[in-house]
Design a binder for this molecule. Structure first.
Ligand code: ARG
Length: 460
């Protein structure tokens, strides 16, 4: 006979179709440790309210411990007949305590329970996600440290634009992940509100103490409005936004790594441990980790969209639609915990082809801006300087020359301000070093950035 928490007013049993539709234990079972945690706090509050004797509390806590061990060892398992995690655990409690087990439900509803469990689960797992992000940041920081002085082609529109320090480019990704961690920390502040005590929607007529329960469970406070407490899934949606944003950042890094590893770029060589082969082409070495990072962002964005769509237009307070909050949240957590270590490993072990990067850094007339800015320093309006250097670039293209191969006469022809020493700005190291204001790509600024990022990451 299926275990149900609501049989009293029903004559017939539920149809199979309803049972199959309604059951969530196959995915919400992972909330069991958090449900047990909240149950312990609830048992204590019932005791303080005089609703459980000292002896009953001891037996209740003992049974909850025993049930927790049994869950951990797999000796206690949910069955398809248990509707959800709360139902399964109540069955476990009844098996251990008989009718005393039925006292724990006083003053509590699955509505405040499930909202509490999911917050506890997420706050816990966000800490793991942050640790994995820190590992990824560290891998990128270490590479950036090696390559502060490595010149690389900087791109806009995927076209050569201006040379940059390759370390600078790697740190750009670190900043994105650092913001993600910051967002998660900020998220936690808002998620640290306990719904327990809200009951089904209106609070409880029993003398419970929601603030004490909240503190006991590590929340900052109890929800100030019982209706909001059971209806609110902002914390889940906001988490999913953070996860989707991480996914987007991973996809952009992933895409860059795919490009860098290609024959056309040859900027990096991936370690064997983080690349794959082909079943037919013996020579292949594929960037599957980077591609999966790029691809998995799709499901992270999908999970956010799923939950927002479920929430849209829902009336207060609890509606069964809210059961649909869990799978997207769990999938996002699983996805991040799967992808982040792989990308961290890929980033930590990739070998950067420094010579190739340096050689291609000036390609595509990437120093043209430096030439134009030289004219600006000599008093030429930038508009005219831009025009003059543009003519030089066309001339070089037609004559298959690079900018530094131009003769004194060829330079002087487009502007009298070009003197023979003008060619001095046409070197990559100088171009990098010149961009030395705050935030620029000068290797010294990259090292400053690295130091401050290391501090930020250490504090994360
Ligand atoms: N399994 C439900 C969920 O995940 C628990 C709450 C059920 N509450 C109810 N009144 N049916 O949302």
């Amino acid at each position: 006979k299926p275990m149900r928490l609501w049989g009293g007013r029903f004559e017939g049993g539920p149809s199979d179709a309803l049972t199959r539709l309604s059951v969530s234990v196959q995915f919400d079972w992972r909330l069991a440790p958090y449900d047990l945690l909240a149950s312990r706090a609830h048992a204590r509050v019932l005791h303080r309210a005089g609703l459980l004797t000292e002896e009953e509390l001891e037996r209740m806590l003992g049974a909850l411990d025993d049930l927790e061990h049994a869950c951990r060892s797999g000796e206690f398992r949910p069955t398809v007949a248990d509707e959800d995690v709360h139902t399964a655990l109540e069955r476990g409690l009844l098996e251990r305590l008989g009718s005393l087990g039925g006292k724990l439900r006083a003053g509590r509803s699955r509505n405040d329970q499930v909202a509490t469990d999911l917050r506890l689960y997420l706050r816990d797992h966000v800490r793991h996600i942050v640790s994995r992000l820190v590992e990824l940041e560290t891998a990128l920081l270490n590479q950036a440290e090696q390559h502060a002085d490595t010149a690389a082609p900087g791109m806009t529109h995927l076209q050569h634009a201006q040379p940059v320090s390759f370390g600078h480019q790697l740190l750009a990704h670190v900043h994105a992940f650092a913001r993600d961690i910051d967002r998660l920390r900020d998220w936690d502040r808002r998620a640290a509100v306990s719904p327990l005590g809200a009951g089904a929607l209106a609070g409880s007529s029993l003398p419970l103490d929601p603030q004490a329960v909240a503190r006991e469970l590590g929340f900052d406070s109890a929800a100030p409005n019982s209706m909001d407490a059971v209806a609110d899934r902002d914390f889940a949606a906001e988490f999913l936004f953070c996860a989707a944003m991480i996914g987007v950042h991973l996809s952009r890094l992933g895409e860059e790594i795919v490009l860098w590893a290609s024959q056309e770029f040859r900027w990096i060589e991936m370690d064997d441990a983080y690349s794959t082969g082909s079943s037919i082409m013996p020579q292949k070495k594929n960037p599957d980790v980077a591609e999966l990072a790029r691809g998995k962002s799709g499901r992270l964005i999908g999970s956010l969209t799923t939950l927002l769509t479920v929430l849209k237009g829902l009336p207060l307070t609890y509606n069964r639609d809210l059961q649909e909050d869990k799978e997207p949240v769990f999938d996002a957590v699983d996805t991040l915990l799967l992808v982040l270590p792989a990308v961290a490993g890929l980033a930590a072990t990739m070998r950067v082809n420094t010579a190739r990067l340096a050689a291609s850094a000036p390609d595509g007339f990437a120093l043209a801006t430096d030439l134009a800015e030289l004219l600006v320093r000599r008093g030429v309006p930038f508009r005219e300087a831009h025009e003059a250097v543009g003519h030089l670039v066309v001339w070089c293209q037609v004559n298959d020359k690079t900018l530094d191969e131009l003769t004194d006469e060829e330079l002087a022809k487009v502007s009298p301000h070009f003197t023979p020493d003008s060619r001095e700005v046409l070197n990559v190291a100088g171009a990098l070093a010149a961009r030395k204001a705050h935030g620029g790509t000068a290797p010294d600024r990259v090292r400053d950035q690295l130091a401050s990022l290391r501090e930020i990451v250490d504090a994360q």
